[in-house]
Design a protein around this ligand. Structure first.
Ligand code: GRF
Length: 196
Protein backbone atom coordinates (compact mmCIF):
# COMPACT_ATOMS: atom_id res chain seq x y z
CA UNK A 1 0.00 0.00 0.00
CA UNK A 2 1.20 3.54 -0.76
CA UNK A 3 2.16 5.62 2.27
CA UNK A 4 -0.16 8.64 2.83
CA UNK A 5 1.45 11.99 1.98
CA UNK A 6 2.55 14.07 4.99
CA UNK A 7 0.14 16.95 5.50
CA UNK A 8 1.48 20.47 5.80
CA UNK A 9 -0.21 23.66 6.93
CA UNK A 10 1.08 26.95 5.56
CA UNK A 11 0.88 30.30 7.36
CA UNK A 12 1.45 33.50 5.43
CA UNK A 13 0.66 37.20 5.55
CA UNK A 14 1.59 38.35 2.06
CA UNK A 15 1.64 37.61 -1.63
CA UNK A 16 2.25 33.88 -1.23
CA UNK A 17 4.98 33.33 -3.82
CA UNK A 18 6.66 30.75 -1.55
CA UNK A 19 3.28 29.04 -1.09
CA UNK A 20 2.95 28.95 -4.90
CA UNK A 21 6.46 27.49 -5.26
CA UNK A 22 5.62 24.75 -2.72
CA UNK A 23 2.32 23.98 -4.48
CA UNK A 24 4.16 23.83 -7.84
CA UNK A 25 6.78 21.47 -6.42
CA UNK A 26 3.99 19.20 -5.17
CA UNK A 27 2.25 19.27 -8.57
CA UNK A 28 5.55 18.40 -10.25
CA UNK A 29 6.23 15.61 -7.68
CA UNK A 30 9.46 17.25 -6.51
CA UNK A 31 7.81 17.50 -3.07
CA UNK A 32 5.75 14.63 -1.72
CA UNK A 33 3.26 16.32 0.58
CA UNK A 34 -0.29 17.59 0.72
CA UNK A 35 -1.15 21.18 1.66
CA UNK A 36 -4.05 20.55 4.04
CA UNK A 37 -4.71 24.15 5.11
CA UNK A 38 -3.49 27.70 4.50
CA UNK A 39 -4.02 30.27 7.26
CA UNK A 40 -3.41 34.00 7.18
CA UNK A 41 -3.55 36.81 9.72
CA UNK A 42 -4.48 39.11 6.82
CA UNK A 43 -7.85 38.50 5.11
CA UNK A 44 -6.63 40.40 2.02
CA UNK A 45 -3.41 38.38 1.62
CA UNK A 46 -2.59 37.09 -1.85
CA UNK A 47 -1.66 33.75 -0.30
CA UNK A 48 -5.36 33.09 0.50
CA UNK A 49 -6.44 33.93 -3.05
CA UNK A 50 -3.67 31.79 -4.54
CA UNK A 51 -4.64 28.83 -2.32
CA UNK A 52 -8.35 29.12 -3.12
CA UNK A 53 -7.55 29.26 -6.85
CA UNK A 54 -5.93 25.84 -6.39
CA UNK A 55 -8.91 24.53 -4.36
CA UNK A 56 -6.81 24.38 -1.20
CA UNK A 57 -8.63 25.18 2.07
CA UNK A 58 -7.66 28.70 3.09
CA UNK A 59 -8.89 30.77 6.01
CA UNK A 60 -8.22 34.16 7.54
CA UNK A 61 -7.70 34.26 11.29
CA UNK A 62 -9.64 36.72 13.48
CA UNK A 63 -8.15 40.21 13.54
CA UNK A 64 -5.42 40.68 16.13
CA UNK A 65 -4.89 43.84 18.15
CA UNK A 66 -1.12 43.26 18.16
CA UNK A 67 1.24 43.83 15.22
CA UNK A 68 4.09 41.39 15.89
CA UNK A 69 2.30 38.41 17.43
CA UNK A 70 -1.19 36.96 17.85
CA UNK A 71 -3.23 36.93 21.04
CA UNK A 72 -2.71 33.49 22.66
CA UNK A 73 -6.41 32.66 22.03
CA UNK A 74 -6.07 33.40 18.30
CA UNK A 75 -2.84 31.42 18.04
CA UNK A 76 -4.52 28.54 19.91
CA UNK A 77 -7.39 28.71 17.40
CA UNK A 78 -4.87 28.51 14.55
CA UNK A 79 -3.24 25.48 16.20
CA UNK A 80 -6.66 23.83 16.59
CA UNK A 81 -7.54 24.40 12.93
CA UNK A 82 -4.21 22.90 11.88
CA UNK A 83 -4.74 19.89 14.13
CA UNK A 84 -8.29 19.37 12.83
CA UNK A 85 -6.85 19.38 9.31
CA UNK A 86 -4.41 16.68 10.53
CA UNK A 87 -1.42 18.87 9.74
CA UNK A 88 1.94 17.38 10.78
CA UNK A 89 4.27 20.18 9.63
CA UNK A 90 3.69 23.92 9.98
CA UNK A 91 5.39 25.87 7.21
CA UNK A 92 5.72 29.64 7.55
CA UNK A 93 5.83 31.41 4.20
CA UNK A 94 5.99 35.17 4.60
CA UNK A 95 4.18 35.03 7.95
CA UNK A 96 4.92 38.36 9.62
CA UNK A 97 4.33 37.56 13.30
CA UNK A 98 6.30 35.79 15.99
CA UNK A 99 5.18 32.26 16.84
CA UNK A 100 4.53 31.60 20.52
CA UNK A 101 3.63 28.74 22.87
CA UNK A 102 0.20 27.74 21.51
CA UNK A 103 1.69 26.67 18.15
CA UNK A 104 5.16 25.68 19.35
CA UNK A 105 3.77 23.38 22.06
CA UNK A 106 1.30 21.63 19.74
CA UNK A 107 3.86 21.25 16.95
CA UNK A 108 7.18 20.66 18.74
CA UNK A 109 10.10 20.61 16.26
CA UNK A 110 7.61 20.84 13.43
CA UNK A 111 7.49 24.59 12.64
CA UNK A 112 9.74 25.79 9.81
CA UNK A 113 10.39 29.25 8.32
CA UNK A 114 12.23 30.81 5.42
CA UNK A 115 14.03 34.11 5.93
CA UNK A 116 15.51 36.31 3.19
CA UNK A 117 19.12 36.51 4.45
CA UNK A 118 21.97 34.24 5.46
CA UNK A 119 21.09 34.04 9.16
CA UNK A 120 22.36 34.92 11.71
CA UNK A 121 23.04 38.02 9.58
CA UNK A 122 20.13 40.41 9.09
CA UNK A 123 17.25 38.96 11.12
CA UNK A 124 13.98 40.89 11.17
CA UNK A 125 12.29 43.08 8.60
CA UNK A 126 13.53 43.91 5.07
CA UNK A 127 16.61 41.75 5.37
CA UNK A 128 17.54 42.61 1.76
CA UNK A 129 17.63 46.36 2.60
CA UNK A 130 19.73 45.57 5.67
CA UNK A 131 22.17 43.65 3.41
CA UNK A 132 22.46 46.61 1.01
CA UNK A 133 22.95 49.09 3.86
CA UNK A 134 25.68 46.89 5.36
CA UNK A 135 27.36 46.73 1.89
CA UNK A 136 27.29 42.93 1.99
CA UNK A 137 28.58 41.33 -1.20
CA UNK A 138 26.75 38.07 -0.56
CA UNK A 139 23.38 37.47 1.03
CA UNK A 140 20.74 34.80 0.43
CA UNK A 141 18.03 32.89 2.23
CA UNK A 142 17.78 30.51 5.17
CA UNK A 143 15.35 27.74 6.07
CA UNK A 144 15.31 27.31 9.85
CA UNK A 145 13.42 25.75 12.73
CA UNK A 146 11.15 28.21 14.47
CA UNK A 147 11.46 29.08 18.14
CA UNK A 148 9.83 31.92 20.06
CA UNK A 149 12.50 34.44 18.99
CA UNK A 150 12.77 36.46 15.80
CA UNK A 151 14.61 34.37 13.17
CA UNK A 152 16.69 32.71 15.90
CA UNK A 153 15.90 28.99 15.44
CA UNK A 154 18.46 26.43 14.33
CA UNK A 155 19.49 26.70 10.67
CA UNK A 156 18.48 23.85 8.35
CA UNK A 157 19.62 25.02 4.90
CA UNK A 158 20.87 28.14 3.13
CA UNK A 159 21.34 29.40 -0.44
CA UNK A 160 23.65 32.27 -1.41
CA UNK A 161 22.74 35.21 -3.63
CA UNK A 162 25.44 37.65 -4.82
CA UNK A 163 24.72 41.34 -4.32
CA UNK A 164 25.27 43.38 -7.50
CA UNK A 165 26.54 46.97 -7.50
CA UNK A 166 23.43 47.94 -9.44
CA UNK A 167 21.03 46.30 -6.93
CA UNK A 168 18.09 48.17 -5.47
CA UNK A 169 16.15 46.74 -2.54
CA UNK A 170 13.51 45.51 -5.00
CA UNK A 171 15.95 43.83 -7.43
CA UNK A 172 17.86 42.13 -4.61
CA UNK A 173 14.67 40.91 -2.93
CA UNK A 174 13.43 39.56 -6.28
CA UNK A 175 16.63 37.49 -6.75
CA UNK A 176 16.50 36.25 -3.16
CA UNK A 177 12.92 35.13 -3.76
CA UNK A 178 13.98 33.14 -6.84
CA UNK A 179 16.47 31.33 -4.58
CA UNK A 180 13.79 30.82 -1.91
CA UNK A 181 11.44 29.20 -4.41
CA UNK A 182 14.01 26.46 -5.09
CA UNK A 183 15.46 26.11 -1.58
CA UNK A 184 12.19 25.86 0.37
CA UNK A 185 10.50 22.96 -1.49
CA UNK A 186 13.78 21.04 -1.79
CA UNK A 187 14.49 21.43 1.94
CA UNK A 188 10.95 20.41 2.87
CA UNK A 189 11.30 17.25 0.78
CA UNK A 190 14.48 16.34 2.70
CA UNK A 191 12.85 17.03 6.09
CA UNK A 192 9.59 15.25 5.37
CA UNK A 193 11.30 12.25 3.78
CA UNK A 194 14.63 11.72 5.53
CA UNK A 195 14.52 8.05 4.48
CA UNK A 196 14.92 8.86 0.74
C1 GRF B 1 9.86 36.03 1.66
O1 GRF B 1 10.92 36.81 1.16
C2 GRF B 1 10.27 35.30 2.93
O2 GRF B 1 11.62 35.06 3.03
C3 GRF B 1 9.87 36.28 4.00
O3 GRF B 1 8.72 36.90 3.52
C4 GRF B 1 8.69 36.87 2.09
C5 GRF B 1 7.37 36.26 1.70
O4 GRF B 1 7.09 36.33 0.37
N1 GRF B 1 9.74 35.59 5.26
P1 GRF B 1 5.88 35.51 -0.25
O5 GRF B 1 4.60 35.92 0.46
O6 GRF B 1 6.18 34.05 -0.13
O7 GRF B 1 5.85 35.98 -1.68
Amino acid sequence: MLKPLPKIGILGSGSGSNFAAIARAIAETRLHAEIALVLSDNPEAGILQKARALNIAAEALPKSKFRTKLEPEIEALAAEKLMLAEVEWVVLAGYMRLIKAPLLERFPNRVINIHPSLLPSFPGLEAWTQALEAKATVTGCTVHWVDAGMDTGEIIAQAKVHVLESDTPASLHARIQVAEHTLYPATLERLLHPEI
